[in-house]
Design a protein around this ligand. Structure first.
Ligand code: EPZ
Length: 417
């Protein structure tokens, strides 16, 4: 078992370079099988979720070549093999193979995906979208078979602007006959990145980044080169860490517009920030004002940064609130923050944080990926040493976290016990 040990209360300074976005990468890799030739994607983060998806590609007999930050995916010899549960349950994004295989072969057979247990995480909107395109869905226990004689364009309204359903329907629709319109589509930057990749391959996807996406089906998709956008959630995590412990920490290689809601909240509580064209420089402040934040779909405050931001709210003077509207079970970090010394109560979907409180190192658990990021942020700020277990969750989403934090002066290490 791997654990993380962090000696806290150290001032951090220097530059942290942000990697390619996990939540774009995990859709781009399955999307690559739609091409008739090889595609090259660069700025791929080295995280365990990337590895798990490459294992699925290899299972499907897809040729995968990794070279530092890029990947070449050649599906010319691939076979449409059922994706076994041991592969699909490693991560949530395995479900993008459902849309991609359906789009390519008109048949996908796989098991229910895994991922963080932050809510029930149904896939009904994905399946409704596939059905609208002409597919039949058979579900026995955890296994799903989705197949169609022919996929045809359709008008699809999503009851919720789901990131996963929007992407999965795009993947299934790019080669369908005719026009597909997705209304109430998710608008996250990752969706735009996937649509750009598909268009680079020869697809005809318009409107990504707005709530209406229009897809004209094409017959063939070809070789292309593509770049993953910077990870706005990784960037936000390090900006929050900078606001807790930083003395001019530069978060580099980012698209600040993707973090607008987060930057506005940080400014509102009094964070010392300098926002450049592709970077943010952040320092800790002696006094922070309390605030209320409510998670929302993009461009609202991202649920994925709610947990790390809560750590910063423990240092605000007075009562802050966090209202979680996306996931039913995203406060699992709270008992561990309280164990570190925070004063947080949770009722329904709202956390109330009374600050400022001293934090003191202790043993905590990374219950999910972003709860893990919150533990790292809290441990870096706290007095003394913190040990974090279940760090597999953290390694699923943060490339070279030890190296990046060590480079700015943190005392952090991973130990095998
Ligand atoms: C993506 O999850 C991200 N994961 C999540 O990031 C992120 O929290 C989430 O979008 C919201 O931004 C990946 O991109 C791999 P949704 P996804 O479908 O696509 C409900 C992280 O920490 N819903 O937008 O699964 C669902 O239950 C991860 O990096 C249905 O009801 O999220 C939730 O309440 C965690 N039926 C809401 O919609 C469906 O068919 C949003 O889910 C689909 C979703």
């Amino acid at each position: 078992m791997k654990i993380m040990k962090i000696k806290g209360n150290r001032e951090l300074s220097g530059t942290i370079r942000i990697s390619g976005a996990k939540n774009a990468t995990v859709a781009l890799i399955p999307a690559a099988i739609l091409a008739d030739e090889d595609t090259t994607i660069c700025n791929i983060p080295e995280i365990t979720d990337t590895e798990a998806l490459c294992d699925i590609l290899r299972l499907l007999k897809v040729d995968v070549k990794r070279a530092s930050e890029s990947i070449v995916i050649d599906p010319r010899n691939m076979e449409n093999i059922e994706i076994a549960e041991e592969y699909s349950r490693k991560l949530r994004a395995s479900y993008y193979f459902m849309g991609a295989l359906l789009g390519k072969y008109k048949k996908a057979s796989m098991y229910f995906p895994g991922g963080c247990t932050i809510g029930a995480r149904p896939i009904d909107l994905h399946l409704k979208g596939f059905e609208a395109l002409g597919a039949k869905v058979t579900n026995i226990k955890n296994k799903y078979v989705v197949e169609a004689e022919e996929l045809h364009g359709a008008n699809i309204y999503l009851d919720f602007a789901s990131v996963g359903a929007t992407i999965n329907i795009m993947l299934a629709a790019v080669k369908a006959k005719g026009t597909t319109v997705i209304d109430n589509a998710a608008k996250e930057p990752e969706i735009v990145n996937i649509a750009t990749f598909l268009n680079n391959m020869g697809a005809n996807v318009k409107g990504a980044g707005t709530s209406t996406i229009k897809i004209e089906g094409v017959e063939h998709l070809h070789r292309c080169f593509h770049e993953v956008i910077p990870d706005r959630i990784e960037a936000g995590t390090y900006i929050i860490i900078g606001a807790l412990c930083g003395n001019r920490v530069k978060i580099d290689n980012i698209i600040p517009e993707h973090l607008d809601a987060v930057i506005r909240k940080l400014e509102e509580i009094g964070t010392d920030l300098e926002v450049g064209a592709d970077y943010v420089i952040v320092s800790k402040n002696v006094k922070y004002k309390p605030t209320t934040l409510k998670t929302d779909t993009y461009p609202g405050f991202p649920t994925d940064l709610q947990q790390p931001f809560t750590v910063l709210l423990t240092q605000c003077e007075g009562k802050s609130k966090v209202i979680e509207t996306i996931w039913e079970n995203r406060f699992m970090h709270v008992p561990y923050l309280n164990k570190l010394g925070a004063n947080i109560t949770v009722k329904n979907q709202t956390a109330t944080i009374i600050g400022p409180t001293d934090l003191k190192g202790t043993d905590v658990v990374a219950t999910d990926l972003r709860a893990g990021a919150a533990m790292v942020a809290a441990a870096l700020f706290a007095d003394g040493e913190t040990t974090i277990t279940n760090i597999e969750h953290i390694l699923r989403g943060y490339e070279s976290i030890i190296e990046k934090l060590t480079d700015v002066g943190a005392k952090i290490e991973i130990k095998e016990i």
